[in-house]
Design a protein around this ligand. Structure first.
Ligand code: NDP
Ligand SMILES: N[C@@H](CC=O)C(=O)O
Length: 435
């Protein structure tokens, strides 16, 4: 019988995802051998705190705090990087590729910032670099975009790509939890980043949208090209008013190509309660992909968490090992080939939900709507609600399709009106086509 070749892994990180990777490699070893013909062995694990009490026990001889011990180990074939952060991780992975080690990573911060250089380095040393887990945890969306839609032209992506914020918004909306309590739960469940600011301020989702846009539109997109707004300003009042009007608030990433111009945004959005994305709750993620030929498709699954994320990591590892056996590593990376042209504010359109606090007296509505007319912003729906405060009312206006440029001219005008006390909130509105 032919001897099984052992593929040795250097694992960078033994936190939430790293522990999941160890569990899957150990627990699914038989399947991995069947699929690849190789035994997969974890040779060394990089950690930073040797005294940490770990709830999943590994052989302590595997642990090291020295990355170079792994990078310069000639027996190690593949590095799995699940330690996070951009630096020093970037330096480690560039060096590992130079040592001709294949790399699998879950690190979107790194890929959104240095993905192009790392892919170039991988290609230079005929190594693989896979990063499926960096977007939407367990959903194989990168593979779908790169392989499944290779023959199509993608025109739009709409996604819930951050598990933590979707968990928080779902808990606030369905169970009335406060933002702080819901965030605390998401942290305990291992969904949030070590610094959850990047989740709640939308940066994590923005990085993921930059990665997906790169692969979908073949443009050299980076995080600076994404307009970002997080969920910290979303109030229970907005959630309740949205519900009354038939909407759910979700942190949506939208990337859209119009006349060869690309717009990418991440922002809290009112989405029709009957749209499939409105029903994606908790840590679940979903991505709608619109292709010229295929039409609409939707991908759904766990966007974060130990085992869903580890599944994506270990599946990438299987691909690397199969390619090692075929001797075809480092091929097939397609560099961006379309010129990057970002969309002007005139071309970028949406419907909007605008909530104002106004004076409650004769002529106020006319005074306000005349400003909409001056900016050619067409109103679809108006709702006036009494406030407990004397002579004050709440006005909710939903517009027809309006350009970002029109909105930017309208809002300061409304703000300066003596009858308007405050613009409480503005949300894009999506998904009414399902009605
Ligand atoms: N958690 C999730 O659901 C998901 C996470 N990701 C990504 O996966 C990566 C890992 O996330 P997660 O597992 O949650 O992170 P954790 O914070 O749980 O784990 C990080 C691990 O890396 C080790 N580590 C961190 N910095 C260093 C360093 N400088 N040198 C040596 N070891 C280091 C830590 O060591 P020690 O244990 O000693 O502290 C720890 O074991 C991140 O890039 C994250 O964005 C992607 C998708 C989902
Ligand atoms: N913090 C991230 C983890 C996965 O990428 C999230 O909540 O989605």
């Amino acid at each position: 019988m032919q001897e099984k070749k052992v593929v040795n892994i250097g694992l960078f990180g033994l936190g939430t995802v790293g522990t999941g990777v160890v569990k899957l490699i150990e627990g699914h070893q038989e399947d991995l051998v069947k699929q690849t013909g190789n035994e997969i062995k974890i040779e060394k694990i990089l950690i930073q705190d040797p005294d940490k009490d770990r709830n999943y026990k590994v052989d302590s001889n595997l642990l090291t705090t020295d990355p170079w011990e792994i990078i310069h180990n000639k027996d190690i074939d593949v590095i799995i990087e699940v330690m996070g952060n951009v630096y020093p991780t970037y330096e480690y992975l560039m060096a590992a590729l130079e040592q001709r080690k294949h790399v699998v990573t879950a690190n979107k911060d790194l890929m959104a910032l240095h993905g192009a250089e790392l892919l170039q380095q991988a290609s230079k040393y005929q190594c693989d670099l896979y990063y499926e887990a960096s977007v939407a945890g367990g959903i194989p969306i990168i593979r779908a975009l790169v392989e499944g839609f290779a023959s199509d032209r993608i025109t739009k992506l709409v996604g819930i790509v951050n598990g933590t914020t979707n968990y928080i918004l779902s808990k606030m909306s369905e169970e009335g939890l406060s933002f702080e309590e819901a965030l605390r739960q998401a942290q305990e469940l291992g969904y949030a980043e070590s610094d959850p600011t990047s989740d709640v301020e939308g940066f994590d989702a923005a990085r993921k949208m930059a990665i997906l846009s790169n692969l979908s539109f073949h443009m050299d997109v980076n995080i600076q090209d994404v307009k970002v707004k997080g969920i910290t300003q979303v109030t229970k009042e907005d959630i309740e008013l949205g519900k009354q009007l038939g909407y759910v608030i979700k942190l949506l990433g939208i990337a859209q190509l119009k006349d060869e111009q690309l717009a990418i945004s991440v922002q809290p959005t009112m989405i029709n309660k009957n749209h499939p994305l409105a029903k994606v709750n908790g840590v679940f993620n979903a991505i709608y992909v619109y292709g010229e030929a295929v039409g609409e498709t939707m991908f759904y699954g766990s966007g974060a968490g130990q085992l869903p994320t580890a599944t994506a990591v270990v599946s990438d590892l299987v691909t690397v090992v199969k390619q090692m056996n075929l001797g075809v590593n480092g091929r097939g990376v397609v560099a961006p080939y379309r010129p990057k042209l970002m969309m002007s504010d005139e071309l970028m359109t949406s419907r909007y939900f605008i909530r104002l606090k106004v004076s409650d007296r004769v002529g106020v509505l006319a005074r306000i709507t005349e400003n909409f007319a001056e900016e050619m912003v067409s109103i679809e729906e108006v709702l006036q609600l009494r406030l407990h405060e004397e002579k004050k009312a709440q006005l909710i206006i939903i517009t027809h399709e309006t350009s970002k440029a029109q909105l930017s001219r309208l809002l300061p005008k409304l703000e300066s009106l003596e009858v308007v006390d405050a613009i409480n909130s503005v949300y894009p509105v999506e998904g009414d086509e399902v009605e």
